[in-house]
Design a protein around this ligand. Structure first.
Ligand code: 15L
Length: 264
């Protein structure tokens, strides 16, 4: 039970999922975003803070013991936008957490930190990162930042390399990468409450068949997924034709992210 827990990116898709689900873990849930957050429920505090604004982020972390950092851009964008929101913004969160003595950050990294591995390969969180765009690079940076703040300052992080967290898998790739909302909650709770994590990297996926990620090295986090993409398989495979297996989006773990980007 934390006295004050901060959720950044609280108005985003996963922020809105976690907002009611984190309430039971803290006395006060502080919510931040640049987008509209609605009105505060009992036990909530709302603070709109652009992550690029160091002073605003410093104020945001005051009195906070732990952070679930979802804030920033969650898909590919121009480098300058990724730089401001994800790279500079995440640095501000860590620096403010250090200054105010926060104990732990749960960092929403992404499978796109390793998107250039092949879909046939099983990889684990200790293998070299292979980002699939500027967005993936920003998540790789965030993980390195987390390692540095642990080594230098003892600030703990669990970096969640989230797969695809949606109400249901929407394409064939997501049969491997899907993370149900209930499993997302289980993962974030485990990451916040595991006794010792140092800096741990873990893939965020449900108990799917034919996954590409091996989380054995992060078993101390205690995450036990209970959902699976399997019940969606038959309908999804019938609805969606096979993509040419030679195309990068069918071949690589990052899927279409591997060919997206402002490279015209
Ligand atoms: C992500 O990191 C994105 O935030 C999300 O929108 C999905 O596209 C997901 O990865 C994915 O790989 O499916």
């Amino acid at each position: 039970m934390f006295d004050r827990l901060l959720l950044t990116g609280a108005a985003g898709a996963l922020g809105r999922v976690l907002r009611p689900r984190l309430r039971g873990l803290c006395r006060v849930l502080r919510l931040s975003d640049i987008a509209e957050l609605g009105s505060a429920a009992a036990g909530e505090e709302l603070m709109r803070a652009p992550l690029q604004d160091k002073a605003a982020v410093l104020a945001l972390l005051q009195g906070v013991q732990a952070v679930v950092h979802l804030g920033g851009l969650s898909t590919e964008h121009a480098f300058e936008d990724i730089l401001a929101a994800n790279i500079v913004g995440t640095y501000h969160v860590y620096e403010a957490a250090r200054i105010h003595g926060a104990r732990r950050i749960v960092f929403a990294s992404s499978n796109h930190a390793t998107g250039f591995y092949s879909q046939g390969e099983t990889i684990d969180p200790r293998m070299p990162k292979r980002p699939d765009g500027y967005y993936g690079l920003s998540k790789a940076f965030g993980e390195d930042l987390a390692q540095f703040y642990f080594d230098r300052h003892g600030l703990e992080t669990v970096s969640l390399r989230i797969g695809s967290s949606f109400p249901a898998p929407v394409d064939r790739r997501m049969l491997a990468t899907w993370l149900s909302y209930d499993d997302l909650e289980r993962l974030v709770r485990a990451a916040l409450t595991a006794p010792v994590v140092g800096h741990t990297v873990i893939y965020g996926m449900s108990d799917n068949r034919g996954v590409w990620w091996d989380n054995t090295s992060a078993s101390h986090v205690g995450y036990r997924p209970q959902d699976s993409s399997e019940p969606f398989r038959a309908e999804l495979e019938a609805r969606q034709p096979l993509i040419d297996p030679a195309r990068p989006e069918a071949r690589l773990q990052g899927g279409a992210f591997c060919i997206k980007g402002p490279f015209e």
